[in-house]
Ligand binder design. Structure first.
Ligand code: RB5
Length: 148
């Protein structure tokens, strides 16, 4: 299950991402927003991020104007590893090396085709584990308030 969320700037792109997920045979849950009315991205970013952190969804794709605000909001939810990006390489490596579980993109930054390509590469990528797991464990330690 993929968690989806956006603010008013990301509605159209979210619809396109839904088409991609349909094409890939992946289920999704949409945490809003559902209207073009101006809204606050932390609300929707939080709801989708919480679903990922709680294990209700395996991954999340979140969209705002730049991808930054909704990414910052999502990253405040413990257990998330957020990748805000506008290129395929970073998106893919963020899964393979950093086990990112949330991808955010900017609807005002990337075009539809690029956004779908980024999402597809990210969704198809798999975490490589090994030495990368050790680093993820250190990130989790920071999250628990431990000193490194
Ligand atoms: C809304 O105008 C815009 O600030 C928001 O979509 C996002 O880009 C924030 O990071």
């Amino acid at each position: 299950m993929i968690a989806l969320a956006c603010d008013h700037t990301g509605l159209d792109l979210k619809k396109e991402i839904k088409l991609l997920l349909d094409e890939m045979g992946l289920e999704y849950q949409d945490f809003g927003t559902d209207t073009p009315d101006s809204c606050d991205y932390p609300v929707y970013g939080y709801r989708a991020a919480k679903a990922v952190a709680d294990g209700l969804c395996e991954r999340g794709i979140l969209i705002c104007g730049t991808g930054v605000g909704i990414g910052i909001a999502a990253s405040k939810v413990p257990g998330t590893r957020v990748c805000t990006c506008s290129d395929v390489y970073t998106a893919e490596l963020s899964k393979r090396h950093n086990n990112s579980n949330i991808l955010t993109m900017g609807a005002r930054v990337v075009g539809v085709d690029l956004a779908k390509m980024i999402a597809r590469h990210w969704l198809e990528a798999e975490f490589e584990g090994g030495r990368h797991q050790r680093r993820i464990d250190l990130i989790s330690a920071i999250e628990r308030g431990e000193s490194l």
